[in-house]
Design a protein around this ligand. Sequence first.
Ligand code: 0L1
Ligand code: MG
Length: 265
Amino acid sequence: MTVTLTPQDIALLRERVERAQTTGVAIPKLTDDYPDMTIDDGYAVQMALRQSYLSQGQRQVGWKAGLTSKAKMEQMGVSVPSIGFLTHTMARPENSAISVKGLIHPRVECEVAFVMARELSGPSVGRAEVLEATDYILPAIEIIDSRFSGFKFDLESVVADNGSSALFVGGGRARRTTDVDPRTLGVVMEINGEIVAMGASAAVMGHPADAVALLVQILHGLGETLPAGSLVLSGGITAALPVTPGDHVIARFQDLGDVSIRFVE
Ligand code: 0L1
Ligand code: MG
């Protein structure tokens, strides 16, 4: 870990990000004021944010891997995946109306979610161990919302902003990885009845379980493990698409069923 920020700077940036997340008012990317900030500094701010939310009564339900497909890396101009934490306040039910209140510029992406039967830890976890430790997979829509003005940021800033995590919706059918191959799942995303994106789950690092393995490795570097029972979003299969009130989004996954949500004021 190369943390260069002082504890005071970490506290200040945590406060800045938390305020943007809770008020829905965008801020400039953190590297404007801290140009020498490292990715480890970003994680130090993210861990302080997590601590703050947990101390306010939020319960952690899992983790997310982000920027795990070529499409997403190209869209956001970065070259390394990132991780973020998920709490119970970010979960929304399938088929629900999701208010955009408090969100700055929400975008949706289709993801394969993993639910873990066993804890995973260590620096060298691989695909086979992830599949072995997985209870089931299910289809999900992640609603991301960068807190940075104009969705303009770098990896250091986005890591501090908890990987742009905002909300997520799991749905469809839960399936065992022995019954469906998580690597070859096709997905079609529709907004208001129009097909707006499509892809295959192999777009996520060649295999979404590899994104989960990478997440465990990053957690190891942070002194954390992936606990049993965790829900893991493995990363967007296609580029993230903007949504506005009135939009009806359906993610249709091969073998896993559909996840549907609509956005309201
Ligand atoms: O889930 C993701 O891939 C989000 C990563 C952060 C970058 C973004 O806001 O698009
Ligand atoms: Mg995502």
